[in-house]
Design a protein around this ligand. Structure first.
Ligand code: ADP
Ligand code: SF4
Ligand code: MG
Length: 344
């Protein structure tokens, strides 16, 4: 069981959209109905294996950040179970709950918004281990120096403030702060999306070094399948709150099975052809407030047939390590034209 660091089992999350003042008034007067619910996650199951880098990919709004926050215990699920080292995190109390919380750290996209501009970098990195009693106060400066070195920064920089650093350096500071509480699981939520391409590669290399040196497990969330290609062992593809494909990274890039994965792959710019950004996936992302029935992808899918419009395809294991949610992969799913004519 312990080779699964973290898992989500049939996790759903509903958000009620907040009404503005006029809407609140209209609701109170009976002139409007309560605001609709967004189903950000709809029965999502994911397993993260110890030591792997699991990529989580899908367009903006498909629920990646919500999944990350729920798996980190920052947000409660509306339904389903999140396990950490096999234990249901909703049942953990006291010291065990704190340990589980600290052992999972999220690295966000914009380090500036999460680094207190009035604190020196040394205080920012040393605060959590001191507050949580993980490192004696007198040993905090040495810990900070060590962590700065680990993330490729000069320990003498501990006295500086966040605004004195570049974007890439600030992201390294954010990573050092996360490492300070000795996590075994990092959730990187678009952690490199805001950085220049040349800096992105450096930070990816840092994550790979950290995985090797500290035995970390990584969940690497990105809207860009091309970025995940360089880092992930396995990939989870999400569409409108659901998992549509889970596969080894090589399989995703060489033999994708879900039509949405195929479309995402077609969007990755290649050296040998002109970028086809936004041309491969036809149509808009439907609103999660009112998702299409059946397979959520059917309005954009070139292979959609009648059944896709009414029946949700189940995530089905096609081969060891390969799960796909598409009626095309199911014998019953073939449209009448595709089916072999039956004998009399
Ligand atoms: N706190 C919230 N309140 C209301 N809706 C939310 C909240 N957080 C996320 N959502 C909605 O849930 C859906 C999934 O969001 P998110 O998990 O941020 O997606 P992603 O990270 O893939 O872009 C979106 O439709 C988003 O608008
Ligand atoms: S279930 Fe149907 S609509 Fe959905 S991806 Fe498969 S073929 Fe396309
Ligand atoms: Mg997000």
């Amino acid at each position: 069981m312990n080779d699964i660091v973290a898992s989500a089992e049939k996790v759903s999350k509903n958000f009620r959209t907040a009404p503005d003042f006029a809407e609140k008034l209209a609701i109170r007067l009976g002139a409007a109905s309560p605001p609709p619910t967004v189903r950000a996650l709809d029965g999502v199951s994911v397993q993260v294996r110890r030591g792997e880098v699991l990529g989580v990919v899908g367009e903006s709004g498909c629920g990646k950040s919500t999944l990350g926050r729920i798996m980190a215990g920052m947000l409660p699920a509306s339904d389903g179970t999140v396990r950490r080292n096999g234990e249901d995190i909703a049942t953990l109390r006291g010291a065990a709950a704190k340990r589980a919380r600290l052992a999972t750290q999220i690295i966000f996209q914009d380090p500036m918004s999460s680094l207190n501009p009035r604190k020196r970098v040394g205080e920012i990195i040393g605060e959590a281990p001191r507050v949580h009693g993980l490192t004696p106060r007198t040993e905090v400066p040495a810990l900070v120096a060590e962590l700065l070195k680990t993330v490729g920064l000069d320990p003498a920089m501990a006295d500086r403030f966040p605004h004195q650093f570049s974007g890439g350096q600030r992201q390294r500071i954010g990573i050092a702060r996360a490492l300070a509480v000795k996590p075994d699981f990092l959730i990187c939520d678009e952690s490199i999306a805001a950085l220049d391409v040349s800096i992105q590669a450096q930070v990816i290399n840092l994550f790979m070094d950290l995985r090797r040196d500290f035995g970390l497990t990584l969940m690497f969330i990105s809207h860009d399948l091309g970025v995940v290609r360089h880092i992930a062992d396995r990939v989870v593809i999400m569409y409108l709150g659901r998992v549509v494909e889970v596969a080894e990274a090589d399989t995703v890039f060489e033999a994708p099975r879900h039509p949405y994965t195929v479309a995402l792959l077609d969007e990755i710019p290649r050296i040998d052809r002109r970028a086809r950004r936004f041309s491969a996936i036809k149509g808009e992302i439907p609103s999660p407030l009112n998702p299409p029935p059946g397979c959520h992808f059917h309005p954009r899918c070139p292979h959609a047939f009648d059944r896709c419009r009414v029946e949700r395809p189940a995530l089905t294991t096609l081969a060891p390590g390969l799960d796909v949610a598409c009626h095309l992969n199911d014998g019953r799913g073939l449209s009448p034209e595709q089916q072999e004519p039956k004998g009399d």
